[in-house]
Design a binder for this molecule. Structure first.
Ligand code: DC
Length: 236
C-alpha cells in the first residue's frame, strides 16, 4: 500500500482584528475544507489555567496541566467547536478573563510546544485544512500550499471589533479597544517563540478597504491557482 499523501494546508496569519477568523471560515466553506482556529486553542489553555487555579503566566505549570488535559474540536459542528476534556467551551473562551489568560499563556515555549504538536496532529487527521493564527505559516506549517498574511491599520481593526461586540450587545469605548489591540500587537510581535511574523514567500493582503466577500474572493482565487499549479484535487 502506498503511504497516505501529505495533508494540504493553507495558512492565514495576522494581527488581532485583521479579519482572519471570518476569512478562514468562509474560505474553508468555499473549498469544502476544514478550518482550524488556533487562537481558540490558546484561549482554551487560558481557560484551563483559570479553572485549575494555575497562574497563566507560569509556563511550566500551565504546560503540566495541559499535558493532563485534552483540548480538541467537535468537527461535526460548523465551525468546529473547541472542547476541553470533551466539554464544549466555545462561549467561555471569548470572555475578557479568557482573552487575558490566553495572552498570558501564549509567550511560553512549553505551552506553544504542546499546542503546535496538537496543530500538526490535527492537520495529519484533516488532509485539507485552512489553519489560522499568528505563527501558522512562519513556524507550524512552513510548507503550506499558500501562506497568507492579512493586515489592516490598527484604527480599522479596532472599529471592526467594536462593531462585532455591539452586534453582540456589548458596549465598549473605541479608544479602549484600540489601546487593547495595540497592546496585543506588541505582545504578539515581541515574544521569542512563535511571534507574529509575515511568512517567507507568503501572500500579503491589506484588508482595510475590502469587505469580507472581497477578501475571500482573493484568497480563494489564489488557493485555486496554487492547487491547479500543484495538481492538487479538492478532496483528499
Ligand atoms: O486570535 P485570538 O484573539 O483568538 O488569539 C488568542 C490569543 O492567542 C492571542 O493572545 C494570540 C495567541 N495566539 C498565538 O499566540 N498563536 C496563535 N497561533 C494563535 C493565537
Amino acid at each position: 500500500m502506498s503511504p497516505a499523501a501529505p495533508s494540504v494546508v493553507v495558512t492565514i496569519d495576522g494581527p488581532a482584528g485583521s479579519g482572519k477568523s471570518s476569512a478562514a471560515e468562509a474560505l474553508a466553506g468555499r473549498l469544502g475544507w476544514q478550518v482550524l482556529d488556533t487562537g481558540a486553542m490558546y484561549r482554551a489553555a487560558g481557560v484551563l489555567a483559570l479553572e485549575r487555579g494555575v497562574d497563566p503566566s507560569n509556563g511550566p505549570a500551565v504546560a503540566a496541566v495541559l499535558r493532563q488535559s485534552v483540548i480538541d474540536f467537535d468537527w461535526s459542528s460548523s465551525p468546529p467547536e473547541i472542547r476541553l476534556d470533551g466539554r464544549p467551551i466555545g462561549e467561555a473562551i471569548r470572555s475578557p478573563a479568557a482573552t487575558a489568560a490566553a495572552s498570558a499563556v501564549a509567550p511560553h515555549p512549553e505551552v506553544r510546544a504542546c499546542l503546535v504538536e496538537s496543530q500538526r496532529r490535527i492537520a495529519a487527521e484533516h488532509p485539507r485544512l485552512v489553519s489560522e493564527g499568528r505563527d501558522q505559516g512562519s513556524l507550524v506549517f512552513p510548507d503550506a500550499l499558500v501562506r497568507f498574511y492579512l493586515d489592516a491599520p490598527v484604527e480599522e481593526r479596532a472599529r471592526r471589533r467594536v462593531r462585532q461586540w455591539e452586534a453582540e450587545g456589548r458596549i465598549v469605548e473605541l479608544a479602549d479597544v484600540e489601546q487593547a489591540i495595540r497592546e496585543r500587537d506588541r505582545l504578539d510581535e515581541h515574544r521569542e517563540v512563535g511571534p507574529l511574523r509575515r511568512p517567507e514567500a507568503g501572500v500579503e493582503l491589506e484588508t482595510g478597504s475590502l469587505d469580507l466577500e472581497q477578501v475571500v474572493d482573493r484568497l480563494e482565487s489564489t488557493v485555486r491557482e496554487a492547487m491547479a499549479e500543484h495538481r492538487i484535487v479538492a478532496e483528499a
